[in-house]
Design a binder for this molecule. Structure first.
Ligand SMILES: NC(=O)C1=CN([C@@H]2O[C@H](COP(=O)(O)OP(=O)(O)OC[C@H]3O[C@@H](n4cnc5c(N)ncnc54)[C@H](OP(=O)(O)O)[C@@H]3O)[C@@H](O)[C@H]2O)C=CC1
Ligand SMILES: CC(C)(CO)C(=O)C(=O)O
Length: 304
């Protein structure tokens, strides 16, 4: 089976490597000639697993402007790059192409479904952890799972199988009929942990261990729960706050992705995390002042 991967960062390289190890034909689509030239110096991905074992794989690399058709595509850019990424390869998508959005945040999914009604658009939510040490050198930081489900409104999961390999070393993947639930759960947890850790300049664990930070978690969780309820969107059977504290404790030593983005003066995914929640609350006429304050404070951070 042939797979294209657009967004050769940490998650894109992780998936490219694991798909190749599962004997799939993988092509990474690189932004421009400069990136292609860098890749072609060795034409290999370097992977370091959780036990510091190193291995390589050799996906082919392409430019967005190439002509070869795309039938199965993973988008692994940050959420805010989705539109540009799709625009760059739109001409190559065949009818009934499968597109998997493997990203945090929400808002981009609906955009892509609306723009590409002739494709099957899938959402994916992952608790894996990976980072790049340099271009095309990916290190595994945490082993979680990835849940994938069809988003395109008019199709049924069974009618259009994605045909992922049954077994992929190092990746745990499940299909679901209700991907919205998992996307919302991840969104809600990220909306609490990410901006708070970035603004308080702390590791995830401090949100649970410092009483003053716990209070802030409670406030944002209550706002998110109110919005989810107004949308009839289930979250967890028990409170969101309990799950946020649990993730904060399980990842206590991590700096969240937004903390890292702010520290390195990179653009954050705030518009697709808390920004998505704010847009939903505006639609429902709800007031979410703390969420708004978090957005404004993160947006005020300098970035390139
Ligand atoms: N890393 C992790 O552990 C996890 C990440 N996620 C989510 O997965 C998504 C990807 O994250 P991550 O891999 O860390 O992000 P990265 O920033 O490492 O990777 C994104 C990649 O996409 C590339 N890119 C962006 N726009 C284009 C374009 N138009 N054409 C070609 N390439 C493009 C970027 O290139 P360039 O550098 O040139 O901009 C970069 O290499 C995010 O939504 C993140 O929140 C979810 C769970 C865990
Ligand atoms: C779950 C959490 C908060 C782990 O750090 C994360 O997904 C992130 O940092 O983006």
């Amino acid at each position: 089976m042939q797979w294209h991967i657009l967004g050769a960062g940490a998650i894109g390289c992780l998936w490219a490597h694991c798909l190749i190890k599962a004997k799939q034909d993988v092509r990474i689509i690189l932004r421009n000639e400069v990136h292609l030239h860098t890749y072609k110096a060795t034409s290999r991905l370097h992977y370091t697993d959780m036990d510091a074992r190193k291995s390589h794989s050799f996906p082919q690399a392409e430019l967005p402007s190439d002509a070869a058709p795309i039938t199965r595509l993973f988008i692994t850019t940050k959420a805010f790059s989705t539109q540009d990424a799709i625009d760059s390869i739109r001409h190559r998508l065949v009818d009934n192409a499968h597109i998997v959005l493997l990203q945090n945040g929400m808002g981009q999914h609906e955009q892509v479904c609306n723009q590409l009604p002739h494709c099957h658009v899938w959402g994916a939510s992952s608790t894996d952890g990976a980072y790049l040490t340099s271009p095309f050198h990916v290190t595994r930081a945490g082993k979680g799972e990835t849940i994938i489900g069809l988003l395109s409104r008019y199709n049924k999961l069974s009618d259009f199988p994605l045909l992922l390999p049954e077994k992929m070393d190092d990746l745990t993947v499940h299909l679901t009929q209700n991907i919205s639930l998992y996307l919302w759960r991840k969104l809600a947890i990220n909306a609490a942990i990410n901006p708070l850790t970035a603004l308080l300049d702390c590791r995830n664990g401090a949100l649970s261990s410092v009483p003053a930070y716990r209070q802030k978690v409670s406030i944002i969780c209550k706002e998110i729960e109110a919005i989810a309820e107004s949308l009839h969107q289930p979250l967890f059977e028990d409170s969101l706050e309990k799950h946020v504290f649990s993730v904060a404790e399980l990842t206590a030593n991590n700096f969240s992705s937004m903390h890292q983005d702010v520290t390195h003066k990179r653009k954050t995914e705030i518009d697709y995390i808390n920004g998505f929640i704010q847009a939903q609350s505006a639609l429902k006429g709800l007031d979410t002042p703390f969420n708004k304050q978090l957005i404004t404070s993160i947006q005020a951070k300098p970035h390139s």
